[in-house]
Design a protein around this ligand. Structure first.
Ligand SMILES: *Cc1c(COP(=O)(O)O)cnc(C)c1O
Length: 426
């Protein structure tokens, strides 16, 4: 499939072709752990990375390969690697870039799980995060030190829905010779393609809008092919000979797909978070309708935000799609088709109203996820952020009055009617 095709066409066809042995039109689920070698020389060439091919499903699988090609095409990258979850994708990217004692700079407004992964678990590898404010690109520059290896941001930040000025932060990364990693989970490439704004690596939780149906975990790393890993000695995994591959230098051999290769043949091979072929199939099926779903998500979310802001029980609504929202200018620049489906609003009745509201909803599901066809809700102060003191809750954007919605693709009148009947109980 050619890169000149439209997004909707690529979402359905990129990477796929009728199965060569059976003619099956949908991509089959290659539910096998291993693949037969033609002969001993073939096996040796595969193991030595002289030839691309399937060996063992922990490292590569044909269903997974279609998913990888499809996401790479949608993001405008050179190659991709699909893995078991969004968190696994983040782990493998940093594994390729970081040595013990190294640092990276990350936006402090991230998915809560990423804040835990970076701030706590990564310490066990002696990898250290410095936090910066995504609304202040200068704060990234100030946090950069001798051992900084990368900058990490979300394009549209979870949970608040703020749209980040990607180009301003990319300029900081470029000045310091660092790769910019963008988590594009909340936007998806339908709304925003970070590679067009200076990102070098894009990661996703495919679990959310990409798969879109709340039924399968997955993650992906997209290599944008833009970063020169040999320009400094900072990235030895990419620019130094690898003993286990007979002295092969990944960047020299694989050029603009070297990062994706490193994540596969070092990170995935040795750390092991492979995606199951079944999940790859489910996610591929979801991606076929990504453009339709994402547009409906955005249209419904805007209608809901407009409705809530005039409601007498609602104190404030924070949605970048509203023309007077502080994030609206960035939205028009980076995500002009819509501001996504996830946003927060405040209830005048505070904590008690938040609890009554989530318990009163019938169509919305009360759970800790986003990006399902179904409308989802959470009241962070009584759930995900319950253990924090109230000043900490407020600092995290999870004050007692805050409700987060992930607006689904049901009929928008039904969504609004459900919100209204639950608001009447607060
Ligand atoms: C959910 C999420 C992740 C983590 O992905 P998993 O698939 O749950 O591991 C990372 N980033 C963002 C923005 C997310 O919403």
């Amino acid at each position: 499939m050619s890169g000149s095709q439209g997004f909707e066409t690529l979402a359905i066809h990129a990477g796929a072709q009728p199965d060569p042995t059976t003619g099956a039109r949908a991509t089959p689920i290659y539910q096998t752990t291993s693949f037969v070698f033609n002969d001993v020389d073939h096996a040796a060439a595969l193991f030595g990375l002289q030839k691309f091919g399937n060996i063992y499903t922990r490292i590569m699988n044909p269903t997974q390969a279609v998913l990888e090609e499809r996401v790479a095409a949608l993001e405008g990258g050179t190659a991709a690697l699909a893995v078991a979850s969004g968190h696994a994708a983040q782990l493998l990217v940093f594994h390729a870039l970081m040595q013990p004692g190294d640092e990276f700079v990350a936006s402090r407004r991230l998915y809560g799980g990423s804040i835990n992964q970076f701030g706590h678990s990564f310490k066990s590898f002696d990898w250290h995060v410095k936090w910066a404010d995504p609304a202040d690109p200068q704060s990234f520059e100030v946090a950069i030190g001798e051992r900084t290896k990368a900058i990490f941001i979300e394009s549209i930040a979870n949970p608040g829905g703020a749209v980040v000025d990607i180009e301003a932060i990319a300029a900081v990364a470029q000045r310091h010779g660092l790769p910019l990693i963008v988590d594009n989970t909340m936007a998806t490439p339908y709304l925003c393609r970070p590679a067009e704004h200076g990102a070098d690596i894009v990661v996703h939780s495919l679990t959310k809008f990409m798969g879109g149906h709340g039924n399968s975990m997955g993650g992906v790393i997209v290599d944008c092919g833009t970063f020169d890993w040999s320009a400094s000695t900072r990235y030895p995994m990419l620019s130094r000979p690898r003993e286990e591959y007979a002295g092969l230098v990944l960047h020299e051999t694989f050029g603009n797909i070297a990062l994706a290769i490193a994540c596969r043949v070092l990170g995935l091979r040795d750390l092991g978070p492979a995606i199951s072929p079944f999940n790859a199939f489910m996610l591929l099926t979801g991606i076929e309708t990504l453009p339709l779903r994402m547009q409906r998500h955005c249209d419904n979310a805007l209608a809901v935000a407009q409705h809530l802001r005039t409601h007498e029980k609602v104190a404030w609504v924070s949605y970048a799609g509203l023309p007077d929202d502080p994030n609206h200018a960035n939205m028009l620049r980076y995500s002009p088709k819509g501001a996504g489906a996830v946003f927060t609003f405040g209830l005048k009745g505070g904590y008690e109203a938040g609890v009554a509201f989530v318990e009163g909803l019938k169509l919305f599901s009360h759970l800790a996820n986003i990006g399902d066809t179904r409308s989802l809700v959470i009241h962070p102060a009584s759930t995900t952020h319950r253990q924090l003191a109230s000043d900490q809750q407020i600092a995290a954007g999870a004050g007692p009055d805050v409700v987060r919605l992930s607006v689904g693709i049901e009929n928008v009148d039904d969504i609004i009617a459900d919100l209204d009947q639950a608001l009447a109980r607060t």
